[in-house]
Ligand binder design. Structure first.
Ligand code: GDP
Length: 431
């Protein structure tokens, strides 16, 4: 769902506005011991359209003794929001704090709807009109307290609200696969195998065309797009610069893909080049499937050796589904399909904020963050800011140790299915 964030300096009436919009319906963020009791994320509805409503003021007052930071709040909103409702107090006008906030909001280039609150009667509308000066378009005069004007405001929000949130998975045609791996691992052979036809790979020494060529291939009754297959089908020159060229090609293929199949030669030791390619996939944030090719050549001893190498070198991607296949004989090539589907499903996955916080609450209660200097940090709440790949933001006070973040990631992977997808965890600390 798209996200609407309500932003404004303290006391402009953000929470009142949120309550008004919700009609005081029940909040979706559950109260869980160990996690904040502040309610900040609400599922809202207007004119048949559902969206998330984020009250960024919801956690401003509740953190004891902590100076409330306006710019930080705005940045959080920008991180999450598809549309920002910027609330000002029409009776007070624009303060320097408002201006500060606005600067951050403008930089984000998110659509901003200007709310002139506390316009309780006709007279106030004049003051609200002065806000045209801000260059944010029409100011919407409302009285969050009495409900005045909130319908027009919501209409204006809906008008700029996208169908899907920025983080939502959108179905648009066949899923895009990048088949990558070092030269001679069998990419071209596998492609031919999957395409179900033998093709002559013509050496293209001149390297005339550089345009990426995508191929549509039907697998498991579904159409898939293999991106930049020209780079695979055309033999890369075995000269200086070939490595550089190949790595550029890999990068651009990843750019255009959703999931990467990294093809690795099973019959040879896992090389630094293989690891580099995997690193490129991780950097790209794409879903990942590992395929070990030339399985037909493996003897018993090599099989054992390979398992050992995988454990030693590929521990950091142990979450990726693995397929052992032979492009040459066709063995297990069809197993790529469920692996790809699983990886993409994880990559698309969104965990509802309520479930996420319930999970975190239980986890934190059972395994509290270690004290530092006798002080306890506190996790306020978490939300999944994006999918593709899943990106989580944890809001905490004090500090959050790297090891603890890794621990959360591991448990997230265990509790929710993230096979084949990287999981990114961002932390926002409030001092
Ligand atoms: P690319 O550079 O990654 O596209 O690799 P190719 O598809 O051109 O394959 C390189 C070499 O490995 C060719 O001689 C292929 O015949 C051979 N090859 C590819 N897959 C297999 C396989 O599964 N088993 C065996 N034995 N050889 C393979």
């Amino acid at each position: 769902l798209p996200v609407v964030a309500v932003v404004g300096r303290p006391n402009v009436g953000k929470s009142t506005l949120v309550n008004r919009i919700l009609g005081r319906r029940e909040a979706v963020v559950e109260d869980v011991p160990g996690v904040t009791r502040d309610r900040v994320f609400y599922e809202a509805e207007w004119a048949g359209k559902d969206f998330w409503l984020v009250d960024t003021g919801g956690w401003e007052e509740k953190v004891d003794g902590i100076a409330y930071r306006v710019a930080e709040q705005a940045e959080v909103a920008v991180e999450l929001a598809d549309v920002v409702m910027f609330v000002v107090d029409a009776n007070v006008g624009i303060t320097t704090t408002d201006e500060q906030l606005l600067k951050v909001l403008r930089r984000s280039q998110r659509p901003i709807v200007l709310v002139a609150n506390k316009v309780d009667d006709q007279r106030g509308e004049l003051e609200a009109a002065a806000l045209w000066n801000l260059g944010l378009g029409e100011p919407f005069p409302v009285s969050a307290l009495h409900g005045r004007g909130s319908g027009d405001l919501l209409d204006a929000v809906l008008a700029v609200l996208p169908e899907e949130g920025r983080g939502d998975a959108v179905d648009h045609g066949p899923r895009r696969i990048a088949l990558v791996g070092r030269p001679n691992v069998g990419k071209s052979s596998l492609l031919n195998r999957l395409a179900g036809e033998r093709r002559v790979v013509v050496d293209d020494l001149a390297g005339t065309t550089r345009d990426p060529v995508d191929e549509k291939i039907t697998l498991g009754g579904k159409e898939w797009t293999f991106v930049d297959t020209a780079g695979i089908r055309r033999r890369v020159l075995q000269s200086s610069g070939a490595d550089y060229y190949a790595s550029l090609r890999t990068r651009s293929a990843l750019d255009r893909a959703e999931v990467a199949v990294v093809l690795i030669e099973a019959n040879e030791p896992i090389s630094t080049q293989d690891l580099k390619i995997i690193d490129m996939v991780l950097e790209s944030g794409r879903a990942l499937v590992l395929a070990f090719n030339k399985w037909d050549l493996l003897d018993e001893e090599r099989r054992h050796q390979l398992e050992f190498e995988i454990e030693k070198d590929l521990g950091h991607v142990s979450w990726a589904p693995r397929v052992n296949l032979s492009a040459k004989t066709g063995r297990h090539a069809e197993k790529l399909v469920p692996a790809l589907e699983q990886a993409l499903e994880s990559w698309d996955q969104r965990i509802p904020t309520g479930r996420l916080n319930a999970f975190l609450g239980t986890l934190v209660a059972a395994h509290p963050h270690p004290l530092r200097g006798g002080k306890q940090s506190r996790i306020l709440f978490a939300t999944q800011a994006r999918t593709r790949p899943p990106r989580f933001v944890i809001f905490a006070t004090g500090f959050l140790e790297h090891g603890y973040r890794r621990f959360i990631e591991r448990r997230l992977r265990e509790d929710f299915e993230f096979t084949g997808s990287p999981v990114v965890i961002g932390v926002r600390i409030r001092e």
